[in-house]
Design a binder for this molecule. Structure first.
Ligand code: CUA
Length: 232
């Protein structure tokens, strides 16, 4: 997001793309309803609305009872389609586990040995130039693009929420419970997210940064990270 980005951010995953389509679809239906309501309101103001004979209107009352129900079906069906699409697991190639703490995220790449780290927000005095204030982390989550990824989310102390708008992912991190989502990133680059559950004094200061890279770069990063952890 940049200044004056008042709409949703560009999608970085197929699910987010579908979510944006659904948002636009719902907005068009809203626009039609708002137009009809405003037209009716203005016409009521501009007319005298007196009749000596009208006492009831069975036909119009039946219609304006049934019409909203039909409109709701047009929203509910694509909504349910998306809901089940987001729940689908497409043979994940790797699993990433994240644990919410007060106030930072920690990550575990359980498919590889000894690959785990904490991810803290970059402090203002250490902020490098051309990075986002309050949004960058000291250790970024590196992920291979175009690969189905299983995400496991939990918390160690209180409720948190692992949320990355570009991916269309928002999963509660609950102590004593493992939540699962799956996604794939369909372009390279940096994706930013933040905790989305009011979790205490520093809730605003536990951001998420995903670095989406090619599979080769990801494998290089994994081997470099596991090498350095051998020294411990
Ligand atoms: Cu963690 Cu809000």
């Amino acid at each position: 997001a940049t200044w004056l980005t008042l709409t949703l951010q560009d999608s970085a995953s197929p699910v987010m793309e579908q979510l944006i389509f659904f948002h636009d679809h719902a907005l068009m239906i809203m626009l039609m309803i708002i137009t009809a309501v405003f037209y009716t309101m203005i016409s009521i103001i501009q007319n005298k609305q007196t009749s000596r004979f009208i006492l009831e209107g069975q036909m119009i009352e039946t219609l304006w009872t049934i019409a909203p129900a039909i409109i709701l079906v047009f929203i509910a069906i694509p909504s349910l389609r998306l809901l089940y699409l987001m729940d689908e697991i497409h043979n994940p190639v790797m699993t990433l586990k994240t644990v919410g703490h007060q106030w930072y995220w920690s990550y575990e790449y359980s498919d590889f040995t000894k690959l785990e780290f904490d991810s803290y927000m970059v402090q203002q005095e250490d902020q490098p130039i051309n990075t986002f204030r309050l949004l960058d982390t000291d250790n970024r989550v590196v992920l291979p693009m175009n690969s189905p990824i299983r995400m496991i989310v939990t918390a160690a102390d209180v409720l948190h929420s692992w949320t990355v708008p570009g991916l269309g992912v928002k999963t509660d991190a609950t102590p004593g419970r493992l939540n699962q989502v799956s996604f794939s990133v369909n372009r390279p680059g940096l994706l930013y997210g933040q905790c989305s559950e009011i979790c205490g004094a520093n809730h605003s200061f536990m951001p998420i940064v995903i670095e989406s890279v090619s599979t080769n770069q990801f494998i290089n990063w994994v081997s470099k990270m596991s090498e350095s952890s051998d020294d411990w």
